[in-house]
Design a protein around this ligand. Structure first.
Ligand SMILES: Cc1cc2nc3c(=O)[nH]c(=O)nc-3n(C[C@H](O)[C@H](O)[C@H](O)COP(=O)(O)OP(=O)(O)OC[C@H]3O[C@@H](n4cnc5c(N)ncnc54)[C@H](O)[C@@H]3O)c2cc1C
Length: 626
């Protein structure tokens, strides 16, 4: 399987360097697609002509997320301690400058206008070529039809919303109930044989696809006998997947929990599950998507609480319940929320945009940064210095090879916390240290637009876990009908296949921060071609036997890499139990003169609702009411 040459895998088509020549790449893809074949597969109502990648970033393919050009200036100051030339004074002056145009930065603008009036002059500065931060839209156009996918932040966990966030959603006309009603998507659990597991012959004795194989459910012996690992590993799995039995009967509940929070999930499998090492490795990437971590980084309790098998060894029944994760989603993930926010803040960008048409609304990026808008959004610009002054703040940013300065009464840093000490060396040492505590979890989301789902349909699958591969899991992305967009759950194509997870750190990265940094280094070290070769290899091995032609059926690839992904959340094995007010994120987010601090990092919790709550707090602090 993996012995295929690049040519066998279809990498010979002129798609190299798609990260640099977006237009040319799109043209190549469009040309590769026969219009006659397309006509039969157009089932949605999302027909429209393709915008140009030159002025509309969501259609850009290749390396996205942290794309080339977005991070180099920040790395120059943070990693190399480089300075920038004396900035050119733009003469621009604002009430508020916001660093970072993710959900939190955009919400900051909303709350500032609520607090200080609609005439407040606001500038958002964002280092990427698109707004939304992690809430990234990937938009594909094939044969006159638009296919949407998400490039980062997936969904709304609405049951966790604070009153602040509930009000925010109301103010943006977001109706979570209606969103749920328009959703058939279940992370690839709607096909008869899903979820499945695929074993490749690089890592296992045999390449094999096992239907209805979900490690978190009780596995039957017959299924275990098909897993291509050693006989000893299979026997240990049979013992592990036994009927419920409380193996901790000698401990009371509190003692048991304390113990399970003190050992890793991997140790739990080894010590109490009785699994051999080659059986244990099947579980290593089980939570790559959910936590962005290897199982060895999680405590046994964290693993079990979030769905990894083990409850049966505490005497609890194997769950017979099906899929139970009622998150609300747009067809481009939470990018639609960012779009709704931008349309409210700068109406000229997308006039008439509402929650009912946001997924299809046209956005004019040329209107984002016009001098006569009270709110302006400046893309592809990296803030490299923020300083308090007698009259407010000075903000220096780097764009198109030059350094510029703007002035502002207030500044909110809605960017990643780990960069803040480098932007703002004036901060007290204790706060700088606390900000540096936030090492984000690198996350990876690769969208592969496939011509059709025939091979998947033939196999009866729409989600597959791949132990041992770069991406832990893949699933089809369709069946979300809202914001004006329609995409039936059984639409045969073209469909985006999402390869999802994080990247395993090397075994010698022991402590959590070393694991995260090593994973980030690997992510940034891989080229687009490396990612492309990986997804083509998997598609060829997994779907090739069912007729998928990897040379013809891959229409586009967008690799959304997020070296600074999920906000760091405190973990059982690695963090202290901090008293209220003393946790690093609470020290880190304190107001400093005219500068306040937002972002999901400020809540030490990787959620959209947290990003909004933290924006609200930051503005309250500036207004003196917090
Ligand atoms: C792959 C992925 C999937 C996720 N899925 C979910 C999900 O399903 N549900 C959920 O609730 N949350 C999810 N999250 C968490 C997500 O981080 C939050 O929901 C939310 O989008 C964070 O918004 P934010 O504005 O705080 O941060 P960000 O989105 O990170 O925005 C901060 C912005 O600041 C920019 N910036 C940084 N430094 C500078 C600088 N010096 N100058 C200018 N700009 C700068 C950054 O590039 C970024 O664009 C996911 C995250 C990732 C990475």
């Amino acid at each position: 399987m993996s012995k295929k040459t690049d040519q066998d895998l279809g990498m010979h088509t002129s798609i190299t360097r798609r990260d640099l020549i977006h237009d040319a790449a799109l043209a190549t893809i469009a040309a590769a697609f026969a219009p006659a074949a397309m006509a039969a597969s157009v089932t949605g109502t999302n027909s429209m002509s393709a915008p140009s990648a030159a002025d509309y970033p969501p259609v850009r393919t290749g390396l996205r997320g942290s794309h080339p050009g977005a991070f180099e200036a920040a790395h120059a100051i943070a990693r190399e301690g480089k300075g920038f030339p004396e900035p050119k004074d733009t003469g621009e002056s604002y009430d508020l400058v916001i660093v970072g145009a993710g959900i939190s930065g955009l919400a900051t603008a909303h709350y500032y206008r609520e607090q200080f009036g609609k005439d407040a002059r606001i500038l958002l500065i964002e280092n990427h070529d698109d707004f939304g931060g992690h809430a990234k839209r990937n938009e594909f156009h094939q044969g006159g039809r638009m296919v949407l996918s998400m490039g980062g932040t997936h969904n709304l966990e609405w049951w966790e919303f604070s009153d602040t966030v509930k009000a925010f959603m109301g103010e943006h006309d977001v109706d979570v109930k209606a969103m749920r009603e328009g959703m058939q998507f279940e992370y690839g659990r709607t096909a008869p044989n899903s979820p499945a597991m695929w074993f490749d012959d690089d890592n296992y004795s045999d390449a094999r696809l096992l239907n209805n194989c979900d490690l978190s459910k009780q596995l039957e012996h017959k299924l275990i006998d098909s897993i291509p690992v050693s006989v000893e590993a299979r026997e240990s799995l049979k013992r592990f997947y036994r009927d419920p039995e409380n193996i901790f009967a000698d401990k009371n509940e509190e003692e048991r929990e304390e113990y399970l929070r003190s050992i890793s999930y991997t140790e739990f499998l080894r010590l109490h599950g009785g699994l051999t090492e080659d059986a244990i490795q099947l579980f290593d990437n089980l939570q790559h998507g959910g936590w962005g971590l290897e199982m060895r980084a999680l405590s046994a309790m964290e693993g079990i609480e979030t769905g990894a098998p083990g409850r049966h060894l505490l005497g609890e029944e194997w769950s017979a319940a099906g899929w139970d994760y009622p998150a609300a989603m747009w067809p481009d993930g939470n990018a639609s929320l960012a779009r709704l926010q931008v349309a409210r803040l700068i109406p000229a960008v997308a006039p008439g945009t509402t929650a009912n048409n946001v997924a299809l609304a046209e956005f004019d990026y040329a209107a984002l940064d016009k001098a006569d808008n009270p709110v302006r959004l400046r893309l592809s610009s990296t803030v490299v210095n923020v300083a308090n002054t007698d009259s407010g703040t000075d903000i220096t940013y780097f764009a198109h090879g030059k350094t510029f300065r703007v002035r502002s009464k207030h500044c909110v840093l809605a960017c990643y916390h780990s960069i803040i000490p480098h932007l703002c060396p004036q901060l007290p040492e204790m706060q700088r240290e606390a900000l540096g505590y936030q090492v984000k979890h690198p996350m990876l989301l690769t969208n592969v637009l496939i011509r059709n789902t025939d091979a998947l349909d033939k196999l009866g699958i729409d989600a597959v876990s791949c132990p041992g591969r770069l991406h832990a899991r893949l699933f089809t992305f369709r069946g979300i009908n809202n914001g004006g967009y329609q995409h039936a759950i059984d639409d045969s194509g073209p469909v985006s296949l999402i390869f999802w997870g994080c990247i395993s750190p090397p075994a010698d990265a022991i402590d959590i921060k070393s694991q995260l940094r090593a994973s980030r280094a690997t992510m940034l070290g891989l080229t687009f071609e490396d990612y492309e070769r990986e997804v083509r290899t998997v598609l060829d091995g997994l779907l090739g036997p069912a007729g998928f032609d990897v040379q013809k059926d891959v229409l586009a690839i967008t690799v959304n890499r997020w070296p600074h992904g999920y906000a760091y959340e405190y973990l059982d094995l690695w963090d202290e139990d901090y008293a209220e007010g003393e946790a690093p994120h609470e020290i880190a987010r304190q107001r400093f003169g005219n500068i306040a601090i937002a972002n999901a990092d400020a809540g030490a919790s990787a959620y959209t609702h947290v990003a909004i709550d933290q924006a609200f707090r930051a503005v309250q602090e500036l207004s003196g009411s917090a």
